[in-house]
Structure formats: C-alpha cells, structure tokens
Design a protein around this ligand. Structure first.
Ligand code: ATP
Ligand code: MG
Length: 263
C-alpha cells in the first residue's frame, strides 16, 4: 500500500472528462468531469435522484455513457473488456450481494481465486488478512446469515478491496444499516482511505463525506455543482448548496467546521 500523505508528484488514476449519460431521451448525467489522484478519496454527495449511483455505474460500465470519456491510469476504459475493467474499478453498493451458502472467508477468496488466479493457500492467507483489517478476525467461518448487517457489509468491502482494484467505488455502503452499525463500517472506509486506497465514496452522511475525502463533489440534477476540499465545499456561498447542507447537518451544529478540516 502506498501512503496517502501527498508527497511526490500526483498521478491521476481516474480521469472523467465531459461524461454524459442519457436513457430514452432523458439526460441523467450532464458534462461530469473530475480527476482522482492515486491514493486519494473523493466523496460524492447530493440529493436523491441527482445521479450519484449512475455516475459510479458509468465508471465501471454497468451503464453506458452517451458521450465523454473515462480514463483509468491514462487508458480509455472503453478499450478494456468489461471483466478486466470491473476488476480494476471495484464497486460495493448498499445491496452488497454476498454468497449466502459461503462463509465469510470463502466470499473473499472466491474473487481472489477467480480474478487474481491465486492458489487456495495464498487466497486464504490474503482473505484472512483482509477480514482482519475490517475487524472480522475470528468470524471467517460464519455464513452471511450468522453475521450482523455491518459485519456483512464489512465482508463485502473486504471482498472488493482484496482484489486491490485501482479504484474502489462505494455507493452508500452504510445506508441500509441500523444506526449503531454505521460507525463500524465508516471506520473501515476511513482505514482504506488512510492506507492509500483510491476511493470514490457516495454517501448521505455529510460529516463522514467531509471527514473521509480529500475532495468533495456535490451533484444536483445530473451535474457537478460543487467540487473542492470538503471545508471549502461546505462553506460554499451557493444558496442551494447551503440549504442542502443545512438539511443534512441538523444536529451537528458547529462541529462540522472541525470535521471539514480534520482530514
Ligand atoms: N436505467 C435508468 N433508466 C431510467 N432512469 C434512470 C436509470 N437509472 C437512473 N435513472 C434516473 O436517473 C436519476 C439519477 O438516479 P441515481 O440512482 O443515479 O440517483 P442517486 O443520486 O444515486 O439517488 P439516491 O441518493 O436516491 O441513491 C433518477 O432520476 C433516476 O430515476
Ligand atoms: Mg444512489
């Protein structure tokens, strides 16, 4: 793992240029452009229906873009076969689909064996290491129904991260969880961010979006309307952005200022 302290020249791992996406005459993404530097984290916030999930799904081509381009490590992603692309740009969503008949360890080793072609002992070792990193040491033999929602979501994150994708996309990985389980999953994501994984994190939790990310991006009606360091975006003078943050930060009071500058 590289460190994320920002020394040395920044390599752009993901370069999104003027991306547009339409379905049946409806434009869902409009002129979306941003760059993710290797080892950095971008958080994506915005109202429901603003296009956050569609954006992620376009990045690993679960949805086709209508125009613009996505470059991964300088290479146009449309030059990559879909399986290769998806092993390099991983996606974990709210509806993490673990294999119910496999234990936690096997859920993680499966991808390592199929995609990375590791031997069983090597896959087992890496899977154990990743389960340990997400705080699940000792639970390797549990099947999904024997784990809490937060534990299952951590298995899903370990499974995706173990493949060491160039970029890991996380789509509201805490939104299906009971409130008391949110923090344990957020801490896992923070750990990944701090250890140099290149992440795009979609979340409704604005304080978390500010804490985890180097760059925060806000979407509205398919467009990027704010982008920059979290504390700058949170301090935006744009009235609609201010109303959005006010709605989502009720109860947080002034603490957001410190959250925004902590990362
Ligand atoms: N395949 C599709 N066909 C038609 N409309 C779609 C399709 N996918 C998404 N949309 C529409 O595109 C818009 C953006 O949806 P998207 O799921 O990306 O929003 P979101 O920001 O992730 O919302 P949420 O916060 O509720 O998850 C919505 O209006 C949605 O109904
Ligand atoms: Mg969504």
């Amino acid at each position: 793992m590289s460190d994320s302290s920002g020394h040395g020249s920044a390599e752009v791992v993901l370069d999104v240029r003027n991306m547009e996406m339409s379905v049946g005459g409806t434009t869902i993404l409009i002129d979306v452009s941003f760059q993710l530097e290797r080892g950095r984290t971008i958080s994506v916030v915005g109202p429901s229906g603003s296009g956050k999930s569609t954006l992620l799904r376009c990045l690993n081509r679960l949805e086709r873009i209508s125009s613009g381009s996505v470059l991964l490590g300088g290479v146009h992603t449309d030059a990559l076969p879909a399986p290769a692309l998806r092993s390099r740009i991983g996606l974990v969503s709210q509806k993490f689909a673990l294999f119910g008949h496999l234990d936690a360890l096997a859920n993680v080793t499966l991808g390592l064996r199929r995609t990375r072609h590791l031997s069983k002992p090597a896959a087992d070792e890496q899977a154990r290491e990743w389960l340990n990193r997400v705080g699940l040491a000792g639970l390797e033999k549990r099947r999904p129904h024997e784990l809490s929602g937060g534990q299952q979501q951590r298995v899903a994150i370990a499974r995706a991260a173990a493949l060491e994708p160039d970029v890991l996309l996380l789509d509201e990985v805490t939104s299906a969880l009971d409130p008391e389980l949110v923090e344990e999953v957020e801490n896992v994501v923070l750990g990944l961010a701090r250890s140099g994984t290149s992440l795009v994190v979609v979340t409704h939790e604005i304080p978390f979006a500010a804490k985890v990310a180097d760059i925060m991006l806000m979407m509205e009606a398919g467009q990027v309307v704010e982008t920059g360091p979290p504390q700058d975006v949170l301090a935006s003078s744009r009235p609609r952005s201010q109303r959005f943050f006010a709605r989502h930060l009720r109860g947080w009071g002034d603490s957001i200022t410190s959250v925004g500058s902590a990362g």
